[in-house]
Design a protein around this ligand. Sequence first.
Ligand code: SAH
Ligand code: SF4
Length: 340
Amino acid sequence: MNEMFENIKRGNFPGKDELISILSTDAFDIDLFNTADVVREHNVGKDVHLRGLIEFSNYCRKDCLYCGLRKSNKNIKRYRLTPKQIIKLAGKAKSCGYMTVVLQSGEDRGYSLIELCSIIEGVKKFDLALTLSIGEKTRAEYKEYKAAGADRYLLRIETTDADLYKTLHPKMSFSNRMKCLDDLKELGYEVGTGCLVGLPEQTVESLAEDLLFFKSLDADMVGLGPFIPNPDTPLFANKGGTFVQSLKMLALSRVLLPKANIPATSAMESLDKNGRIKALQCGANVIMPNVTEGKYRKLYALYPGKICVNDSPLGCRSCVENKISKIGRSISKDYGFREK
Ligand code: SAH
Ligand code: SF4
């Protein structure tokens, strides 16, 4: 094995130049993937944490150029689940045996602060850990969600290249996104961030910066995946990210943050039919099976080719369980907070 990886296994983190060289060639891929798997086994073990994902609204006030939920997309039928429906789905997640529920949506103004807090309280009654992924909010709002019982928050930085960020996110501010992540950390959430891989004009230098950013934030969770061009967005004609480059970014996240919780994302499986299993073997230790029911799954269309759109919550559960046991891994029975 290349000396660089022997060093990494001994606990020396790669620096920017090493990250760039790993990301620039396929020469190190096998060593990288093996190293990430060893680091994962050593730090977080064989357990895979399952987090039930509820996609509760596809309304969004933002206009991120890559995303199918962007407000300018008129080709999408919008839906918003009621608090009662959301809490019922959380109950379903509980009966599937999941210990965590992730509530995700576009940046929807259709729920008041009081409603959101009552949803959080309703979900927490099932004795589940609760992750929110509902975008940029004020510090005061984050504080209220926390007081209502939210444990974790996912907010990808998407890219740390401030110019690229500006191009892709009309009327949004990079510094506010950073501030949100800082606020969440300070308020005591477990914080997840991540990026899109293969954005237009994104360089390996900027991907290396993304990784160093996850490390400097000491992210508790890192969620990343390929950018998949959506035909209903201005970026329809772009190439998008590759599976392998996304896998390398995941493996490097594991190497830099040995104890973090790192999901094998659905977007990875959209590009490779064994994408999530491969991700679990290259550093990942989390899967987020979908708990959204019926037609809403299809309508939550961030990108084309989304997996499992015709499946049911129980169907997803048994499929995922099967895949995990086939590779000799176990399903965690606890909440799966980040081990310090
Ligand atoms: N509105 C919230 C959460 C929902 S979007 C937020 O933006 O934080 C969840 C994630 O979907 C985003 O962070 C983005 O990285 C990803 N996403 C959006 N469009 C995508 C695309 N075309 N390909 C791959 N991932 C995409
Ligand atoms: Fe909205 Fe999130 Fe999509 Fe941006 S990425 S348009 S904030 S749902």
